[in-house]
Write a protein that binds this ligand. Structure first.
Ligand SMILES: *Cc1c(COP(=O)(O)O)cnc(C)c1O
Length: 365
């Protein structure tokens, strides 16, 4: 006799995070490692956030506010929404989990795209929902018409990662407006906009308007992990109609957003200058990487995020290993169904230079 996990688990491919710097240091004895694997913010985090955490840390003997009222109030002011239209999680990952826990029954269908964020898959399987995936378009974008074609009477939730991770592409406003009009009201559409601040086109949809207009079947997710540089503290937020969010409040872990994260989130919102600086440096880094990849004759997908999908053909895996063996961590994409690509996060100017120096010598061999 042994204890068997619930059936959904047999379908889960464990999430593989970017290789930790510590691991590579230990493996190869490096002193310096450059990690361009997890879309972390290369300029760090606002000093105001650090101070807020320091000023709060002595209070960690008390439970945090389970409603995160102050932080939700700050977000509601920032985005001009009601407090009831804001949900929080221990990272946007946690909100994805909350949504699936609140809405999916066994055998409901969760619809999403191939080569997208793997966390949708994990919690869909946990809930024993049926995961349905559609292929990307030829230019590596999420294919909205294909999603529409796969809607059935069992479809419950559609996840649209926009910009899409790991391809960096966006679906535009016209496409999204056209799409959303065709969605039956009993299906919840979740736009995961973890990189929205970094998008490089005016054609990006303003999904906040759906929330403001009171749509009951649209949600939008954001995070403090990327542009605010707070991946380690775990804080994500989401917008939706209060009726849509109410079931999330019932399933969420009561204290999922910790005391330090709540203080950090408020401070981060107050330092918009840091956010704008992140965006600006990300744009510059993006141009630097485009130029570098072009110089090396490498094909890449134009990105609206802080990472770039780069094509290496059949050598992707060996290039990944060669980079690792010299102290640079990037993300292989075989698990995303894109084995010929590496996803490379945009680093500081200096890190990007190091990357090209090394790539050049590897490719010349
Ligand atoms: C990074 C990322 C998230 C998760 O963000 P956390 O708030 O760190 O959990 C969600 N969705 C996408 C597409 C991401 O790339």
């Amino acid at each position: 006799m042994k204890i068997t996990p619930q059936q959904g688990l047999s379908k889960i491919t464990p999430y593989v995070a970017g290789k930790p710097i510590r691991e590579l240091k230990q493996e190869f004895g490096f002193e310096h490692v450059i990690k361009l694997a997890s879309n972390e913010n290369p300029i760090g985090v606002s000093s105001k956030v650090i101070n807020a955490i320091k000023n709060t840390v002595e209070q960690i003997n008390v439970y945090p506010d389970s409603h995160s009222q102050e932080l939700r109030l700050a977000l509601s002011k920032h985005y001009e929404l009601d407090v009831e239209q804001i949900a929080l999680g221990n990272g946007a990952d946690d909100l994805i989990c909350q949504i699936l826990m609140a809405y999916t029954d066994t055998d409901d269908e969760v619809l999403t795209s191939y080569s997208s964020f793997p966390v949708y898959d994990i919690y869909s399987h946990v809930m024993r929902a049926k995961l349905v995936k559609t292929p990307l378009t030829q230019d590596y974008s999420v294919n909205l018409p294909a999603l529409l074609e796969h809607i059935t009477e069992k479809t419950k939730i559609i996840f649209i990662c926009n910009p899409n991770n790991p391809t960096g592409t966006v679906v535009n406003e016209t496409e999204v407006n056209d799409f959303i009009k065709r969605i039956p009201p009993h299906i919840l559409v979740v736009f995961d906009e973890a990189y929205a601040e970094m998008v490089a086109t005016d054609a990006f949809p303003n999904t906040l308007n759906y929330i403001k207009e009171g749509w009951e079947n649209v949600m939008m997710l954001r995070t403090f992990s990327k542009v605010y540089g707070m991946a380690g503290i775990r804080l994500g937020y989401g917008f939706g109609h209060k009726n849509v969010l109410e079931p999330l409040l019932r399933v969420k872990a009561p204290f999922s957003v910790n005391l330090l994260a709540q203080a950090a989130g408020i401070a981060a919102l107050e330092d918009q200058a840091f956010m704008h600086r992140s965006v600006k440096l990300n744009r510059q880094g993006r141009e630097q990487l485009y130029q570098g990849f072009s110089n090396l004759g490498l094909e890449y997908v134009e990105s609206h995020t802080n990472f770039i999908l780069v094509g290496f053909g059949t050598t992707a895996s060996s290039i990944h290993q060669a980079l690792l063996s010299k102290g640079i961590i990037v993300r292989p994409c075989a698990a995303y169904g894109l084995p010929e690509f590496l996803r490379i996060s945009i680093g500081t100017h200096e890190q990007n230079k190091q990357l090209f120096k090394l790539l050049k010598s590897i490719l010349e061999r």
